[in-house]
Design a binder for this molecule. Structure first.
Ligand SMILES: Nc1nc2c(ncn2[C@@H]2O[C@H](COP(=O)(O)OP(=O)(O)O)[C@@H](O)[C@H]2O)c(=O)[nH]1
Ligand SMILES: [Mg+2]
Length: 322
């Protein structure tokens, strides 16, 4: 899903790391004492600069820009941190990297012109002072990005570009069972942000393409008006996934929900999502056939046909983009 983002150091850690590296520099003896001091101080500045500026640039590069962040993830990041704060922190880190390069260039320039060893050491110390204050200035940004990183890592690994088939339907109608039937139990589970819910992501290969079957128990299985704001946002985030909805209907009566209740949810999901919806009847082993697509998770009747249907659907993914 996302490129891994490296651990984010705090300001003091980055300062210590960079200055420690710089302090180790020790130039060999030179007949002219000032030459040795000059070279040593230039090298220390250059080392502190590259250790920190390179790192800061790398951070900025590794975090997805909000434009590149898929809306599915952007939505959650926005809920948690505010997308403007995220952008601001990335800008501040970018600024700090550039500022350090600028300070270093200027200090090295002055060092080259300095005459006395004392002057040279003073220039380098001044640089260290400014260097530290630039980094201290972005401490809150680094901390915030560290939290963003941990948060992004925990988000469900839904491949937002590959075609997905998203399960919907009342509880106990056979969604989890169908997920397992379709994917031969090749299913990962991850926590859904801000909720106690899990998302199950099943994987199947169709003509060499990765297809995901996504089940979010507790999200698409009851009417939306009973939801709190976070659940609503979570449900709506599913809109951003390229996919088709598999709406599961159980005519057996064993789910405990009436057909009217199931139809109501179907109508609601149809209203809410502008996605193609395929109705799939389950439990065909214990009920009469009512839908074009009907399967049994017990004796696997209809499963291969449903797989073929999915295969035909994903051809349309490439044609129309969904
Ligand atoms: N007879 C029969 N039972 C099924 C079928 N699919 C699921 N079940 C049973 O229905 C119950 C609920 O299934 P589950 O997959 O957990 O439903 P979910 O809540 O929609 O995920 C379980 O006891 C399953 O064993 C089916 O095709 N035939
Ligand atoms: Mg389930």
């Amino acid at each position: 899903m996302m490129k891994p983002i490296p651990t984010i150091l705090r300001s003091d850690e980055l300062i210590n790391k960079s200055l420690h590296k710089a302090s180790k520099i020790d130039e060999p003896y030179d007949k002219i004492f000032e030459n040795k001091v000059r070279k040593e101080n230039i090298d220390r500045i250059a080392t502190a600069e590259s250790a920190s500026a390179t790192y800061l640039k790398r951070i900025v590069r590794k975090f997805p820009t909000s434009e590149k962040l898929h809306p599915f993830y952007e939505d959650f990041l926005d809920l948690k941190f505010g997308i403007d704060n995220y952008k601001l922190s990335l800008n501040n880190v970018q600024w700090a990297g550039e500022k350090i390069v600028e300070l270093a260039t200027d200090s090295i320039h002055r060092l080259k012109a300095a005459r006395s060893a004392y002057q040279m050491v003073t220039i380098r110390k001044q640089f260290y002072g400014r260097f530290c204050s630039v980094l201290e200035h972005i401490d809150k940004d680094l901390r915030m990005l560290g939290e963003c990183r941990d948060f992004l890592r925990k988000l469900p690994e839904i491949d937002t570009e590959s075609p997905s088939f998203i399960m919907a339907g009342m509880p106990n109608v056979g969604k989890s069972s169908l997920l397992n039937s379709l994917t031969n139990n090749n299913v990962d589970v991850a926590a859904y942000p801000f909720t106690t819910l899990n998302v199950f992501i099943g994987h199947m290969k169709v003509k060499g393409r990765n297809i995901q079957v996504v089940d979010t128990p507790g999200l698409l299985d009851r009417p939306i008006e009973k939801r709190n704001e976070l659940e609503k946002r979570s449900i709506l985030s599913l809109k951003d996934i390229r996919g088709v909805i598999l709406f599961i209907m159980d005519y057996s009566g064993f789910s405990g929900y009436t057909l009217e209740e199931q139809e109501e949810l179907y109508q609601e999901i149809k209203r809410l999502f502008h996605k193609k919806i395929i109705r799939v009847q389950t439990k065909i082993d214990i009920s009469d056939r009512k839908e074009d697509v009907a399967v049994s998770n017990i004796n696997k009747q209809g499963i291969d046909e449903l797989r073929s249907l999915i295969e035909r659907e994903i051809n349309e993914f490439t044609d129309y983009g969904y």
